[in-house]
Design a protein around this ligand. Structure first.
Ligand SMILES: *Cc1c(COP(=O)(O)O)cnc(C)c1O
Length: 220
């Protein structure tokens, strides 16, 4: 079942788009099922849950952290996370850097942007990101690497609005790339698109989609 769902999604996305299988709340057995059909990248949104899963599941899994995280929980994911999608402040980034140093690694991160019209979504504005990227504190962080941007569109069924939100994130990516990362080849990820909207997100330039329920079924 999971195998067929993965195959269908893979068939429908271009080869330059990375699929993150969002396994939050799902048991290890289902993750293993996806793993056995070839999936290696999984997304979690709770620090302790990511840690627990990473400790027992195959070591060649790439764990992505996709949720809002409190600074005091970064230590749980620092040894395992290959990409943190949800950086929304310099304070959080400094803590990731600190834990990266402790674990002797450079942790890849995405800046999360606020692109939805809903009040509840987390993320930076373009101005806040520019302030972060020009701060002295940021320039001194050696154990993190900013490799792109992430955004969550509104949870709605309006295609035109979704498209606009994705276009906004693509534009933010382009501006940051021109102004801060022109000579940084590793700045190339645009993480946008979930089960309900990934096709539109890809049309608007997504390079990484985060898909949960379309693979693993609905969450309780
Ligand atoms: C849960 C989650 C997803 C996956 O959502 P689905 O609709 O199940 O595909 C993607 N991104 C983030 C940040 C999430 O929290």
């Amino acid at each position: 079942m999971i195998k067929e769902k993965l195959a269908t999604i893979k068939k429908n996305i271009p080869s330059n788009v990375t699929l993150v299988a969002v396994s939050k709340t799902k048991p290890n057995e289902l993750i293993e099922e996806a793993y056995n059909s070839g999936q290696r990248i999984f997304g979690e949104n709770k620090a302790q849950e990511l840690k627990n899963k990473a400790e027992v599941l195959p070591k060649d899994i790439e764990w992505h952290f996709i949720g809002h995280i409190q600074r005091n929980k970064v230590k749980y994911i620092a040894p395992y996370a290959s990409l943190i999608h949800s950086i929304d402040s310099i304070k959080l980034l400094a803590e990731v850097n600190k834990q990266g140093l402790k674990n002797n690694r450079i942790i890849n991160c995405l800046l999360q942007f606020y692109i939805a019209t809903e009040e509840t979504k987390f993320g930076l504005s373009l101005e806040e990101a520019e302030e972060l990227l020009t701060s002295i504190e940021f320039l001194n962080l050696k154990n993190i690497k900013i490799v792109g941007v992430m955004g969550m569109a509104s949870f709605i069924n309006n295609e035109a609005q979704l498209r606009n939100e994705f276009i906004r994130l693509k534009n933010i990516f382009t501006q940051l790339n021109n102004n801060f990362f022109k000579h940084t080849e590793t700045f190339q990820t645009i993480s946008m698109g979930m089960s309900g909207d990934y096709k539109i997100a890809i049309e608007e330039g997504s390079t990484m989609i985060r898909v949960g329920s379309a693979i693993f079924g609905n969450r309780n």
